[in-house]
Write a protein that binds this ligand. Structure first.
Ligand SMILES: CCCCCCCCCCCCCCCCCC(=O)N[C@@H](Cc1ccccc1)C(=O)O
Ligand SMILES: [Zn+2]
Ligand SMILES: [Zn+2]
Length: 529
């Protein structure tokens, strides 16, 4: 029955497919087709007048600065990133970081971007000893400011397994190698680099914006981002939106989808670090009791690992993500993703099959620390295990704790919450959401090969949560192409970015800053009034 229905649906849709695609594009917004028409006219005009084509200055307005960089600038762009990678700004733990390197990084930024740090338009403040806040003054106070964020601390990188030393910043085969090339010195450097290049070209913004560069994101953001946020709140700042790390232009993440798609995360998971502890009477191992602290704790954590948290597919932004992506798939995935009203149960199961997509549909349970015992012939009194839960946007810390208690179901296992925070509220991605729309438009102009932009969920955590008090528009997006191998290199080995990818990241921010000045609020339709 279902099989017959599936075939019928497919036949119906495949007949309509070409029309739907054409129609979809036209209906994506009159302004898009209008802009295409204007672009076509400009090309025609330029051809007649002997020029090679319309520049972005012509399309976006007379005062627009084209994102074209000289050979000399292109060399300086990549050399600046290499230098940043060579400073080992490692966050080891809450208590320990390489503070010498953090301070050196501040000096390095000032040296490499002199125009930024000497501009009369920019106020620079050091916050929490090592983090940086730049306030870029716009000329039009009626425009609400926004914020670009990044962090320059990195996770440790022992040399084993790396093709090149992780703090060498070496260029090889078109890639710059090293810890922080994707997470997240690329963004720190690209933001400052784009601004430096704009200022050199005498740019002055209409819309004010902030640049917040954190020094402790990899261990909490409490000394950096949290302090910057408090400072801005005390100044009464409200942000139109902010952009941080957390998502990419995805390539080869989904089976049967060869084309890249840009995912702007509009939601970020929460987190719960829970320590499980069992205390029993110690004793001689020659006469062990029936149950030991290690055995009881192992059984409890094993139950947690074997009992995944509920699949939350159907709530949150993922349905919209798949609906939008469905057009990019071939049969039968296009039918499944495009008709979730019917195929939701199947799709939610499919998502569980892969560890990355599984993380999108549920709160994940990761056993990360286990401690017990000191000597082979001593029954230890104490066994401890720490579990890192990443909480799905549709759940709360309290709900997860309740589920954990029910799964453990053993009073001898004590639960201690070490740290927890709720998922971020979902940021808007509709036609009126300025941050989302600006990112989408900029992606479309800088990366014409990327057909589709979708809202998504960030499965990791970022500094952006510390700014939730200042805006409801939190967008996580790095304008960089990422494959699954690149994802594994983040916090892993052989982290690297191609020179081309990095140049495009600079170009993207160069364009985004200018687009923020010229963004026009959409006019509401009559029926919405
Ligand atoms: C249908 C769409 C499928 C495509 C899914 C592809 C998903 C790819 C995900 C890529 C995510 C990359 C995330 C990069 C940002 C990493 C930020 C980070 O590492 N943050 C730390 C922060 C932290 C948390 C807890 C303690 C200390 C630090 C983290 O662990 O989350
Ligand atoms: Zn990061
Ligand atoms: Zn990280």
């Amino acid at each position: 029955m279902i099989g017959q229905r599936r075939v019928r649906l497919w036949t119906f849709r495949s007949k309509l497919w070409p029309d739907w695609r054409g129609l979809g594009r036209d209906m994506a917004g009159r302004c898009v087709s209008g802009r295409a028409l204007i672009a076509a006219l400009l090309i025609l005009l330029a051809t007649v007048s002997g020029s090679t084509g319309p520049s972005s200055r012509e399309i976006w307005g007379a005062s627009r600065i084209p994102s074209q960089f000289s050979e000399e600038e292109r060399v300086a762009i990549k050399e600046a990133l290499k230098g940043a990678i060579q400073i080992p700004t490692v966050s080891f733990s809450h208590e320990e970081s390489n503070t010498t390197a953090l301070a050196e990084f501040g000096e390095y930024m000032r040296k490499v971007f002199p125009t930024v740090f000497h501009s009369s338009l920019i106020r620079h403040e050091v916050v929490g000893t090592y983090s940086h806040l730049l306030t870029v003054q716009g000329s039009d106070p009626s425009l609400q400011p926004y914020m670009l964020m990044a962090h320059f601390d990195v996770v440790p990188a022992p040399e084993e397994g790396w093709d090149v030393p992780p703090f060498s910043g070496l260029e090889r085969d078109g890639f710059i190698h090293g810890r922080g090339t994707l997470d997240n010195k690329n963004s720190v450097m690209a933001i400052l680099q784009a601004l430096e290049l704009l200022l050199i070209r005498n740019y002055s913004p209409r819309r004010s914006f902030f640049i917040a560069l954190g020094h402790d994101e990899e261990v909490s953001g409490i000394k950096g981002a949290q302090k910057i946020s408090a400072l801005l709140q005390a100044r009464g700042v409200r942000l139109a939106f902010l952009v941080d790390e957390g998502s990419f232009i995805m390539e080869d993440f989904l089976p049967n989808l060869k084309k890249p798609f840009a995912m702007i995360s509009v939601a970020e998971k929460g987190a719960l670090d829970l320590m499980l502890q069992v205390n029993m009477t110690p004793g001689h191992s020659s006469a062990p009791p029936k149950e030991t602290s290690i055995g009881i704790l192992s059984a409890a954590v094993s139950r947690l690992e074997q009992t995944p948290m509920p699949n939350m597919f159907g709530s949150g932004p993922l349905k919209q993500t798949l609906k939008l992506l469905s057009r990019e798939f071939s049969f039968p995935t296009n039918i499944l993703f495009g008709n979730l009203w019917l195929f939701q149960p199947i799709v939610s199961r499919l998502m569980e099959r892969n560890h990355i997509t599984n993380a999108l549909v549920r709160t994940t349970t990761a056993l990360t620390i286990f401690n017990a015992g000191v000597k082979v012939n001593v029954i230890p009194p104490l066994a401890q295990a720490t579990i890192n839960f990443r909480i799905h946007p549709s759940q709360t810390v309290r709900e997860v704790l309740e589920l954990v208690k029910n799964i453990v179901a053993d009073d001898r296992v004590q639960l201690h919450v070490l740290r927890s925070f709720e998922p971020l509220p979902v940021s808007p991605s509709d036609a009126t959401a300025i941050g989302y729309q600006l990112l989408q438009q900029t992606i479309q102009s800088v990366f014409p090969e990327v057909n589709i932009v979708v809202p998504g969920i960030c499965i990791a955590n970022t500094d952006s949560r510390h700014y939730a008090n200042l805006t409801n528009g939190i967008y996580l997006f790095n304008p960089v192409f990422l494959q699954p191998q690149g994802f594994s290199s983040i916090h892993g080995i052989n982290e690297k970015i191609s020179v081309r990818n990095y140049e495009n990241q600079v170009k993207f921010i160069f364009e985004l800053i200018q687009n923020a000045d010229t963004y026009k609020e959409p006019v509401p339709h009559l029926h919405e009034l």
